[in-house]
Design a protein around this ligand. Sequence first.
Ligand code: BGC
Length: 744
Amino acid sequence: MKYAADLVIKTGPSMLPPRWWPLWKTSFYSNATMNLIDSLLTAMTLEEKIGQLNMAATGYAITGPILGDEVAENIRAGRVGGLLNLWGREAIAGLQKLAVKESKLAIPLLFGLDVLHGHKTIFPIPLAEAGLFDPLLWERTARAAAIEAAGDGITLTFAPMLDIARDPRWGRIAEGPGEDPLVGARFAEAKIRGFQGPDLAAGTSVAATAKHFCAGGAATAGRDYAAVDISERTLIEVYLPPFRAAVAAGCAAIMPAFNSVAGVPMTAHAALLRDYLRRKLGFEGLIISDYNAITELMQHGVAADLTEAAALSLKAGVDMDMMSGAYVRCLPDALARGLVAQEDVDAAVRRVLKLKQNLGLFDDPCRRVAPAEYLAEAQRELALDVARRAITLLSNRDILPLPANLRRIAVIGPLADARAEMLGPWSAAGSPDNCVTILDGLKAALPYCEIAFNAGVSIDGVDKGGIEPARALTADADVVVLCLGEAAGMSGEAASRAAPGLPGRQRELAEAVLATGAPVVALLSSGRPLMVTWLVERAQAVLATWFLGDMAGNAIAEVLTGRFNPTGRLPVTWPREIGQIPIFYAAQSSGRPADAGHRFTSRYLDVPVEPLFPFGHGLSFCKVKLENLRAIPKEFNLKDQIEVEIDAVNEGQLTTEETIFLFVHDLVASVTRPLLELKAWEKVALAPGQTKTVGFKLAAECFCFPDENFKPVVESGAFDILVGLNADQKSMFTTRLVFVGGGA
Ligand code: BGC
């Protein structure tokens, strides 16, 4: 049999399509949809099957793809199932046509790209966006990115990145939702809804890939790709929940992490991929390896050769091989050596084809190559809204918002006019040309104010020559806006930093400016919390402005001038010193809890145990007071829903928005429990002087944890409910409930 079409045609009407016409384009075919994958599998040679498991790359130039003869030939021969790092209508339509018109089986290709925080319109990096604590906006930015990416032919995004990260040395902390598993789970659901839309087959939807499964955030000493060795409890309670949520939300694909977990590289981790993801969670989607990760099993030292590496991955459940070529080169050998079975190959091919089918590619391979123009203006408005909401006001000694009658501002620092850096580490098809710098944003917002600018130093250079001229600008300035931080490439992949402070000569620049006594507002552009305790102690205000994307400058200007009352809250604890890392709010209790007055307690001799800023911290221009925490019923069983209420009072002069966090602490349990566990948060908008009651509803599962044998239990006894504006326990309100058991 030469064509898969022949096979299906037997079951359909007798009218034959042209021979080159893909079988799934024919009307009879829609009656035989159930047979598509089986039909193709029957018609495929081993080489073609393995080809579907192969994701390769093409080069890309402004003018279009640089398609080596080899790639084109491989597509024609059915040796490629998908391509990555390529976008653009013409390029993708061209390759899709090559696949469906010139390959024997006419199977369309997947096109994958890292669309993490926007495709053309670039939104704030995920860590910054996490600080919105707003699932609706998390979803909207993913939807917007999907519409743009799909319009550019992308079918699969390698996002959301769901690694819980508690170590700011690890550069990839920038890509994910921060330190908390509940935030990670809600982030996962929102992003998957946004990317995949209500119908994955629609021309505006892209398949989401939950990555990196799992625990990469716990890399030894914060070094990217390094081994991870964590307890089963930590895995279950901290690192897996976002992936569980992703699977439940219908995520189309999952990417194993580069790292090993307790001695087993994730690309070959049968217990976590096959047994946990596939069998326990019932994940039926695609598992796609990370870039070259299958070959790297040899470096990990668990595969003696590429055939073993390929076999280990396939056996563990990895369907698609991104960029290592191991499947193409070695699966035939692995089959011959009996290391894998034909059914393993077929099962993987089936999942690749299923995803293509779910994406609607068999109905119309070019559905995503939209002729329409993007809703560019609406996208930019959304980018502005999310960017201003992501800015976190860390400290403010009555200097912000800036008064309207400012005469002269000195803008100093290497991040002020750094267009490309605003994009952050994963900018997909974004362009620096679309970015508004901090300097541009301030000039546009304050047209009557004289704005003098001097970068002073470069981001990480050694030259100090520019410090003096920059310092001189402060002499006549009403206020100095000091723009400090990292280059975009200093966070993200392969961007671990052992000393994540200000790089280069920036501290010297800042010290010189601070020494003049001029009022200083410091802006920190970064993909992680930076170690700048000294700056927070001395500047009048410090803001985390992360990497905010296209609209960075406008968003920052809106906050500085008070046109927008800041709402960003830290999704990650901000350490005081490097030596405190890893630091996170959900620490386990200790037999000797830290007590500054007692040496033999769990503390440091040289630094307080408290972070510089707790998880959830973020100021606005208003003080919001919480009062009158109440919860019913006081005694509960499994059937009960606990209703918790607290009153929030806006004592400020502006309309403001607060985020109120609810934590639980299990006082006595069969295993040690974290001192705080986030179980819910609510956002509330308050007019000046307004009081609102904020309510939470908690199901009994909020009190559940894995017991000694990792079975979920709610144990009888007392639980504290703690409600506050952040994870600083001293400022929270507490009420106690008792679980009386029963009611299952
Ligand atoms: C990264 C992934 C990414 C892939 C493709 C890898 O190096 O770890 O996160 O999706 O490259 O770009």
